[in-house]
Ligand binder design. Structure first.
Ligand SMILES: Nc1nc2c(ncn2[C@@H]2O[C@H](COP(=O)(O)OP(=O)(O)OP(=O)(O)O)[C@@H](O)[C@H]2O)c(=O)[nH]1
Ligand SMILES: [Mg+2]
Length: 471
């Protein structure tokens, strides 16, 4: 009796083990995080990526594709039923319709599952059948990663640091005047709390419109369904000598703490900590065009954003990861179709140098990293132009504003990134010896051959680095 019970348990155990082994061998799930600051190009990237994986005619640098091992790729219902689905179909229709347009701003988290049936490569191919690889693509605003810094900070410290930073910003004058005039010791008056939060949000909006990127707390500009709720109705406030119960200052502190507990922590716990591979999109060209202060802002903000990938810095986050980590991080300068390919190496080098601090932090946590420049959707064609007896590598596209064709040569990007980054770090207001033009192009009308996705630059290399090892 006892013996048979034992053997039964044993055989079941073996069966169970078999099931898990075949389970892990035949099906793999990878979560790919796609992030970047607002307007970096996340929505266009995911749309173009998925379109080019469904129709892989332009994905020759993806090894599994070149080796003919990808049997099928298809969209599936996503596993997280409470997350909004990434609206691939309408974004693609917008980008590739008869009068193509760029998609509107998205500003919240969304997800899409893409599944691959692949024949394993190498020495395993002969004795193994096809495997399924599920790629769960999660799009989230990079601004949300900035909120990680709040977790280690109480309301008083956060207020002091924020108010000090705002001193140097003319666009914050209105909010600062209001915050200083307030006596935080007085009993909470909800109208005042709301006026303070509104003035603070107005400052953040103005700061973002000027191209500043350190606009936190992340949900103030991207509130989604939290708009108007008490967790978003706070603002930094000088601490009064006394903070009695139910005072304005105390109530602001309570809401700040609630923002951390109810908004920031759940995002890191439920989404960020489950990411296996990450792509970080950066609009480097736009910052160069705006000038040295924008480049320096971008450098500092990206260092802050990417410190989330070094969980050791934050013990709460380390606990969440529990030994696992993001395995690969790709840093991609987007919209490279604004440049002739001769200038792409310079753009990639500037991106790598700009993110050097940030990269060192991510490398520190053991992730493999790479930088490249790409265009998710190519809106231009290359053309040589003669100007003042010189032949310049330019691109031609359709201007977004007027619908007229235009040639663009942005100026010579220096091969040595320090030529841009050093003046930016030293606080220069303008570039000394150059101006960098940037034009906004409309997406081009395209007629695709069967099996071909929309035209891109290096999307296939990006996928190869991010997930090629699992295909
Ligand atoms: N030329 C060119 N422009 C691009 C490309 N990708 C994005 N853009 C431009 O960048 C803008 C922003 O792209 P989105 O993909 O909407 O950026 P996002 O990061 O999703 O922006 P939010 O949703 O506002 O955070 C687009 O409207 C285009 O003008 C590209 O590959 N080539
Ligand atoms: Mg978007």
């Amino acid at each position: 009796m006892a013996l048979s019970g034992l053997t039964e348990g044993l055989s079941r155990g073996i069966e169970g083990a078999g099931a898990t082994i075949s389970g892990t061998f035949l099906e793999t799930t990878l979560r790919l995080g796609v992030t970047g600051l607002s307007r970096a190009g996340k929505t266009v990237f995911i749309t173009a990526l998925v379109a080019n994986l469904l129709n892989r005619g332009r994905m020759t640098q993806l090894r599994a594709q070149a080796e003919g091992r990808i049997q099928a790729v298809y969209l599936q219902p996503q596993p997280d039923v409470t997350l909004p689905r990434f609206d691939f179909e309408s974004h693609l229709a917008t980008l590739t319709g008869d009068s193509p347009r760029w998609p509107t701003s998205t500003r919240a988290i969304s997800e899409l599952r893409l599944s691959f049936r692949v024949q394993p490569g190498g020495f395993l191919s002969s004795w193994r059948g096809p495997r399924l690889v599920h790629l769960d693509i999660v799009d989230y605003p990079g601004e949300w990663l900035l909120d990680l810094a709040l977790l280690g900070q109480g309301f008083e410290a956060w207020s002091d640091a924020t108010l000090a930073r705002l001193e140097r910003r003319p666009e914050a004058a209105g909010f600062l005047a209001l915050a200083r005039a307030e006596d935080g010791a007085l009993q909470l008056d909800e109208d005042k709390a709301r006026a303070l939060a509104a003035a603070f949000t107005a400052y953040l909006t103005a700061a973002r419109d000027q191209g500043r990127v350190d606009v936190t707390p992340g949900r103030f500009l991207l509130p989604g369904d939290l708009a108007g709720s008490p967790v978003l109705t706070f603002a930094p406030l000088p601490k009064p000598a006394l903070t009695p119960r139910a005072s304005l200052w105390r109530e602001m502190e309570r809401r700040y703490d609630a923002y951390k507990a109810k908004v920031v922590r759940p995002f890191f716990r439920d989404h960020f900590a489950r990411i296996d591979r990450q792509v970080v999109l950066v609009d480097v060209l736009d910052a160069i065009h705006k000038g040295p202060p924008a480049v320096e802002d971008l450098r500092r903000t990206m260092a802050e954003v990417l410190s989330a990938f070094r969980p050791g810095r934050n013990s709460w986050l380390t606990g969440l990861f529990g030994g696992r980590r993001v395995e690969r991080i790709l840093f991609a300068a987007t919209k490279a179709d604004h440049l002739h390919h001769e200038q792409h190496p310079a753009l990639a080098a500037i991106t790598a140098a700009l993110l050097a601090d940030a990269k060192a932090r991510a490398d520190f946590s053991g992730a493999r990293t790479q930088s490249l420049s790409l265009a998710s959707l190519r809106a231009t064609v290359e053309e040589q132009v003669a100007r003042n007896g010189e032949v310049l590598p330019a691109v031609r596209g359709t201007l977004l504003a007027t619908g007229k064709p235009a040639l663009m040569y942005p100026g010579a990007l220096p091969a040595d990134p320090a030529r841009l980054l050093s003046p930016a770090r030293e606080g220069a207001e303008t570039w000394l010896d150059a101006d960098y033009d940037l034009m906004a192009f409309a997406p081009a009308r395209m007629s695709l051959k069967p099996g071909e996705g929309p035209p891109h630059i290096r999307l296939d290399r990006a996928v190869e680095f991010l997930v090629g090892d699992e295909l």
